[in-house]
Design a protein around this ligand. Structure first.
Ligand code: MG
Length: 366
């Protein structure tokens, strides 16, 4: 049975700055979906990560479906009305355009979707990250799908031994999708050469080479490309199918114990370690650290099980303590050097004006 899994995510307002959406806002989204989704969707799941709300849904309408996107757009608009009425911070922040035009891509919300032939049992993971951008997934998914140091299935499972195809998108190119396809293991070094630049090259999807089936879909929208100025970080969502021809759940989760440094943190302008947190986690220290949550599902004919919280385990408490140390360490150097993003990433923010003013005061001397 062909099933489409879609996740649409937006920051439409939160309590006390960027901490989390209010219960009233979440309830409004739930009410809207309960009232409006019946004819369109098989199932759905609503969650929050930091200040973002994600609508994960299943249906048979394919990716980029106008009606599914419109449903999510209208749910976010209904939520925005509550956010405005109750004075939440950043109400409607990610809804960058006034009206819906067929697809929420290009309008602000993040989207990750895939149409799949549902397997006999269909386990998959849904990741949502806040206070970071799509490049945050480059390292963990490279390691999970291409490195036997993290993914033992690449050695042990005949179904995985042919490796995976990576579709990598150049997110700095605005006019169209500029994409390259590279295969692991043959082109491993080429994949790594691109993925090291997390602000420019981002994994868009990963595919099994033994079956041709899609394993991963990641939202790759960059808000400043849409708005022309800084309006918030791109807080990416991802879908990852697991087991069988794909890595095991634990192999996909393993690289998240690195707490690797990613773009984001305060004002979306810094570098901080990505901390795996429990579902519906909030953000705190220095409007961060960048967080990622993970929900595991099983699915049958598009019907979802309840989510299993993949980072809710004593092991991850120990990892979180280590990552908190990493966050404190890099924050000790404040604005200086690699603790803040390079100018190319800040050019959509207020620092542009400041540098323009200072430029005039430079003088040449011997
Ligand atoms: Mg956010």
């Amino acid at each position: 049975m062909k099933i489409t899994i879609s996740v649409l995510k937006a920051d439409i307002g939160s309590i006390g700055g960027h901490i989390k959406p209010s219960l009233a806002l979440l309830q409004e989204i739930r009410n809207f979906m309960a009232a409006s989704s019946r004819d369109l969707l098989i199932d759905y799941y609503i969650s929050s990560t930091g200040d973002d709300i994600a609508i994960l849904c299943t249906h048979t309408r394919g990716t980029g479906d106008k009606q599914v996107h419109q449903l999510a757009w209208e749910a976010f608009q209904a939520g925005t009305a509550v956010a405005r009425k109750t004075g939440l911070y950043g109400a409607g922040q990610d809804l960058l355009k006034d009206s819906f035009s067929g697809n929420v891509k290009g309008l602000g919300p993040a989207v990750a979707e895939m149409e799949i032939e549902e397997r006999e049992n269909e386990p998959f993971l849904f990741f949502a990250a806040d206070k970071t951008d799509p490049g945050a997934y480059n390292l963990p998914f490279y390691l999970a799908f291409a490195d036997p140091m993290y993914c033992s299935g690449l050695i042990l499972s005949p179904k995985m031994s042919q490796g995976y195809k990576f579709r990598i998108i150049d997110v700095s190119y605005i006019e169209k999708n500029r994409v390259i396809e590279l295969v692991a293991p043959e082109e491993l070094y080429d994949i790594a050469a691109l993925l090291r630049d997390t602000e420019k090259y981002v994994i868009e999807s990963i595919w099994s080479r033994s079956t041709g089936n899609q394993a991963v879909a990641i939202s790759t929208q960059r808000l400043h490309n849409i708005a022309g100025k800084y309006t918030g970080k791109d807080d990416p969502v991802a879908l990852v199918r697991v087991q069988g021809e794909f890595p095991a759940t634990g192999e996909v989760l393993a690289p998240f114990n690195i707490g690797h440094y990613v773009a984001g943190f305060m004002r979306g302008s810094h570098i901080g370690p990505l901390m795996p947190c429990r579902l519906n986690a909030t953000v705190s220290y220095f409007d961060g650290p960048p967080v990622v949550t993970g929900a595991a599902f099983s699915m049958k004919e598009g019907r979802l099980s309840e989510p299993a919280d993949v980072f809710d385990h004593p092991y991850w408490d120990a990892i979180r303590a280590q990552i908190a140390q990493k966050a404190s360490e890099i924050r000790r150097q404040g604005f200086c050097g690699p603790s803040m993003l390079p100018y190319s990433e800040l050019e959509y923010g207020g620092v542009v004006e400041k540098l323009k003013q200072l430029e005039k005061r430079f003088a040449l001397s011997d």
